[in-house]
Each structure stands twice: as structure tokens, then as C-alpha cells.
Design a binder for this molecule. Sequence first.
Ligand code: 5AD
Ligand code: SF4
Length: 442
Amino acid sequence: MHDKKVYIETYGCQMNVNDSEVMLSILKDAGYVRTEDITDADVILANTCSIRDNAEQRIWGRIEQFRIQKKKRDVIVGITGCMAERLKEKLLDCHAVDIVAGPDSYRSLPDMLEAVTPDNPQVNVLLSHEETYSDITPLRMDKNGVSAYISIMRGCNNVCSYCVVPYTRGAERSRDPRTIIREAEDVFSHGYREVCLLGQNVDSYFWESPDSADDNVDFAQLLEAVAKISPELRVRFSTSHPKDISDEVIYTMAMYDNICNHIHLPVQSGSNAMLEKMRRKYTREWYLERVAKIRSAIPECGITTDVIAGFCGETEQDHQDTLSLMEKVGFDSAFMFQYSERPGTLAARKYPDDVPEEVKTRRLNEIIALQNRLSLESNRREIGKTRRILIEGVSKKNEGELFGRAGNNKVCVFPAGGHKIGEYVNVKVLSCTSATLISELV
Ligand code: 5AD
Ligand code: SF4
């Protein structure tokens, strides 16, 4: 008997990456070892994403390949994460899947693997109001040992009308802050120099103490507690919500040098009519005020965003409002998407997906072109500045060069000069592309 080998493939957001690490930890305790070679695996897991139809289509392509593997040899295939939760038993119809496990069911994976047979597939898609995996130490998958994801909450209580996440990840729940701090201290003691606190909406993090209301903890307080672990530990977080980001969070960022000056603040649209239909619960004016507040407290704060092109009923004027907002804010970078209708969401039930495909594509291309210019302008403003970098790896293009990120999340590459991954160095920015700052050690 050899140790059973598990291979895991991860799609989607950082939260999913961290969930894969949680699964690996649970499986390790049950006697499984991780393999990075799919052909050698006894168990293949795909931790999936449902955010847009093209994400799911890509995964269907992979499931088809797993089916081919299964014809050649005995291997268990499990689908976990958001697609598992969304499609449930339907995933079994393709005859390539043995296990379907939703985001709150990972503790039951060893039992499911024990029980599964070709005639007895296993499905657990129960969502929980309590599960935060708070006692599980994720088995880190990153190669560099520098930056660790830490989940501080799960699920989402917002009702953005386009979004499938509340259905796939269930209700919001916050994790006990003591377990978060313990985990951050633990990774720091193992040499990590950066933690990224993860939640669908970190600004609504709230821990209600069972003992006394005085011991309740909100996100600003959690951020401060993690920042106090060591000045040598950088703290990042994602994702912020424009309706919930508080002045306290902004002041806490300004107060601690080791809290990185970067906020990912998805705007989605610059049109009030669209924001209303999207149920984002803020206006264009509110968003711009939050940006002004951030910039007055933290003048050099990196601000990045997500934008959706072609949401239901979006007019040319709505689209122009998005472009003008992007220009006004001058985002440092952005993730940009065409609207993709997700079954079961409020928008799918209530609004026709009526912007023609070619119009969506054209608008998205205009948004991307604008952002490319804004990113380049933002990077040009960095030229001549000295930034403190945490070294994350060796440049893919040149072995003699290293890369790392500045606090504002910009990627710098520079000649190694004998430095190593995990060290802090100061670099001066010499030139740039829209994606990278070319720098030298100072
Ligand atoms: N279609 C397109 N983009 C979406 N997003 C979420 N749901 C959809 C959808 N149905 C985008 C949002 C969100 C990011 C994670 O994905 O911009 O912030
Ligand atoms: Fe993450 Fe959303 Fe994709 Fe789920 S659907 S993996 S929460 S991005």
C-alpha cells in the first residue's frame, strides 16, 4: 500500500486557491500526499469557479479530459467549489465525475473518498452558516514561501444582481480573529513576509464575541491586530466593497507602514442607473467620494477595480459614464469583463440580457484600451521614485533578474545583485511598460 496521491487544479479567485490549501490539509491528515503530476494521481480534484460562463466552459473542457484519463486507468475525479455547488448532482450526468463537493463540505472529503465506488458517487453540497475552517492550517501551495493567503470570512450577504457567489458560497460568516492572528503569526514564523486577508467583502468582517460586546472585532481592528504582529510582515487584503469601506479602515492603513497602500475596490459601472440595477447600493458620487477620502489619507494609495461591460439595459450613455469614471479615478489597473448571465441570479430572473454580443465586445475593448492608457500613465508617474519591494521570485524573462511588488501592488523587476526571494530591498524605478516597472537596486 502506497500513500494515495491527490492532484488538485484550481480555478477562479484567491479564495479558491486558499480553499484548495484547506482541502490539501484535510486530505493530508487523512493520509493523502499531494502530487503535481496528474498521470500519477489516485485522486484528481478540480476546484472550480462559476463566476462567468466562459470560466465554466473551460472547466467542462477539463472534465472531458479527465473522462479520457478514467478510461485508461482507475482514478477518482472530484469536482469541488462553486461549480459543484451550482450544478450539484447534474455534474454526475457526464459519467466522468465521482465526487461533487461544495465549498462548505471539505471536511467530509476523506469520508467521501472512502465511500466512493463507480456505482456509488458521492455528493455533498450542504451550505453552512458556521463553517470557516478556522482550526485548519492550510497546506500552502505557493512555491516561494513569501506570501500567504488567509481567509478571514466566507460567503457573501450582498445581493449584486449579476453575481452567482451568494448562491455558491452561501451566507456570510466571519472567522474567529484569534485563529486568524495565530495563523498569521505561524506563517511569519515560517519565513513568510506577507499575508493577504481574504473575503468576498472584507469591510463587512465582524466578529461577535460570545463573551462581551466590548470584545467584538471589526475589519479595521482585525487589520491593526495583524499589522502589529511584526513591522516585517506586510499585510494586504481583498476584496473591499465601496459601500462598506470605512474611514477607520482607511486611517488604519495610513497609520501602519506595513499595511500595503493598495485597495482593490470594484466599481462595476460608472452609471447610477446600472449601479442601481446591479444592486450595488452606492452611487457614482459615493464611489468618487470614497476614492477622494482614500487619496486624502493615503496620497499614493494604489486603487484597482473590476468593471463589467454590457450589463442588462446598458445604454451608450451608461457606457460613457463608466469610461468617464475610470478616467476621473485613474485606476492603476483593472479586471474587465463582459456581462455573463448566470442562471438563478436576480438579473437572470428579472432583466433581459439585451446588449448584443458585438456591442458588449466593442464596449469591453474600449474599456480595456482606456485602462491600458491609464495603467501606463500610472506607471510613468512611478519613474524616478524609490519603492520598498518584497522579493517574490525570479523574473521569467531573465534569470539574472528578480521581481517583487511595491506596497501599491505594482510589479518591479530589477537585477538580482545577490539578493534572495523573501528579502526586502529598495529599488528605484527607471522606466516602465503598462504592466511592469523596470528598476534598479538602490
Ligand atoms: N458577468 C461578468 N462579470 C462578473 N463578475 C461577477 N459576476 C459577473 C457576471 N455575471 C465580475 C465582477 C466581480 C468580479 C470578481 O467578477 O466584476 O467583481
Ligand atoms: Fe471565486 Fe466567485 Fe469563482 Fe466562486 S464563483 S471561485 S467565489 S470567483
